[in-house]
Design a protein around this ligand. Sequence first.
Ligand code: HEC
Length: 166
Amino acid sequence: MGKKATRILFGVLLVTGLMAQAPQRPAPAADLNQLMRGLFFPHANVVFETQRVDPAQIKRHPEPSSSPDPLTGIFGGWDAVENSALTLIEGADLLMNPARVCSNGKPVPVSASDWPGLVESLRAAGRVSYKAAQSKSIDAMFEASDVLNVACANCHNRYRRATRCQ
Ligand code: HEC
């Protein structure tokens, strides 16, 4: 093999090696608005619902295994509140994906200086909700709902605007 061919072969091996190492992140399926409607809105509502009803008293769906409402399903009541809080915490990571776009086709502003902090506030609010749900205290849930509501609103006030993300 000539010198040039060897160099090309090394080059190819290096590039394929680097490609194999790069984390394979699938392109996001949802835009930011779809993620808000599909994940954050329904799971935040599970948390907020505790301001109206005690999860321990919630009547189960006639067929709990097919309930579309986490609170009335087979894993309902306080378990559902805990799980929705955890989903909000985990879901916060999805808001930091630089490949995601907003409904207007522009990238989610993950590199804006205040975006990561707003996402972290949401994550922290999810943790407060989770702790409150574990304690099964309605008073704690009232406080947690307030913290969560503020975390959602702070980002919306800043980014959910015609001139910004939307
Ligand atoms: C870090 C920023 C951020 C946080 C935190 C955030 N949102 Fe959003 N939300 C947005 C942006 C930006 C949009 C508009 C997205 C778009 O148009 O693509 C949006 C849109 C929405 C929409 C869609 C409204 C519509 O009319 O279609 C809902 C619902 C929503 N958010 C709910 C929530 C809830 C509930 C929370 C808290 C649990 C939350 N969001 C937290 C940034 C955020």
